[in-house]
Design a protein around this ligand. Structure first.
Ligand code: EPU
Length: 301
């Protein structure tokens, strides 16, 4: 990227602008080379003017949410990376409806919903994603539900910096998919609709799911959640386990010995180690079980 562009971005943005910033600091995997430019916008106006500028000069950019479902290349990203979590971190309640900024973490929303006796989001209490990222991926937990089931509206910024609102039926939610994945728009705000329920039962359900998660998932080690999508009617974790994949290792990347659909970073794993391990696991499960696994985590390069 030309020095002049970097200077113009710095002059334009009111928030923070960092150069050659290591992205491993921003991912739950603790993996990823540097971003040529990383911007933390101050507010919506700041984001709008940045996006308009980048679109005008066709400068590539990448939005970064909570970084919990990502594998970033060891070479880093020669793009303008825009970090959203600190911006748009708010929640508003209106009856059974919840509006939240894209950067708000799902567990925070789930907990606040529980305090108001709103049910439906219990499954999300243990998914450490930002709600914006979760909506794009239609994040969910097994057969407990997906975020798309609860969405009523999503507000986005278009690549030209214009605000737009989508209704649920325009977003084509399906298993870990939404039409937002094909659009170059940035999610700003979501609206969810939950059901009224008994406060204590919502709270108890959350506690039960968090406990199960703690017992079955390697939460103490850097990871990016489920690596593979569950094939229809089956579980990627069960298949990898059955194929003998637990503990399989490339460099410092290892298939968790606790839950086979997790890859953990034992210390200094590179993105290449993880990619090679993903290939090994796919081959193993195809050979032993005849199932072709698809990755759920997103690779950025
Ligand atoms: N299993 C094994 N061996 C393993 C792991 C799992 O046999 O090593 C078996 C379990 O015994 C169970 C079945 O596989 O019978 C399913 O496992 P689990 O209940 O752990 O659920 P999952 O389908 O692997 C899903 C979500 C998780 C979410 C849990 C909550 C997907 C791809 N994953 O996991 O979401 O936390 O349910 O129950 O839907 C994520 O998306 O990043 C994520 C962690």
């Amino acid at each position: 990227m030309k020095q002049q562009i970097k200077q113009e971005i710095q002059d334009l943005v009111k928030g923070e602008v960092l150069f050659s910033e290591p992205l491993k600091k921003y991912t739950s995997f603790k993996i990823g080379g540097p971003a040529e430019v990383l911007v933390i916008p101050k507010d919506t106006d700041d984001l709008q003017s940045l996006i308009s500028y980048l679109s005008r000069y066709t400068i590539p950019y990448q939005i970064l949410g909570n970084g919990t479902n990502l594998l970033i290349s060891d070479q880093g990203l020669s793009k303008v990376v825009i970090k959203m979590t600190d911006l748009f971190n708010w929640i508003k309640f209106e009856g059974n409806k919840i509006r939240a900024g894209a950067g708000t973490k799902l567990p925070v929303i789930a907990k606040k919903a529980a305090e108001r006796g709103l049910s439906g989001l219990e499954f999300a209490a243990g998914l450490p994603a930002s709600v914006g990222g979760a909506v794009i991926m239609n994040a969910g937990a097994g057969n407990l539900g997906s975020i798309g089931d609860l969405i009523t509206q999503v507000k986005v910024i278009s690549p030209t910096g214009k605000l737009k609102q989508y209704q649920r039926n325009e977003l084509d939610f399906s298993y870990r998919q939404s039409s937002l994945q094909e659009k170059e728009e940035i999610v700003l705000e979501v609206e969810l609709e939950l059901r009224s329920a008994d406060k204590e039962s919502v709270h108890n359900k959350i506690q039960e799911l968090l406990l199960k998660r703690k017992q079955t998932q390697p939460l103490a080690m850097p990871n990016a959640g489920s690596v593979f999508k569950n094939p229809p009617g089956d579980s990627a974790g069960r298949l990898i386990d059955q194929a003998g994949g637990k503990g399989l290792r490339v460099g410092d990347a290892q298939v968790s010995t606790k839950h086979a659909n997790f890859i953990v970073n034992l210390g200094t794993a590179s993105a290449q180690d993880v990619l090679d391990l993903i290939c090994k696991v796919k081959r193993l499960v195809d050979d032993r079980c005849g199932v072709k696994l698809e990755t759920e985590i997103v690779y950025l390069d």
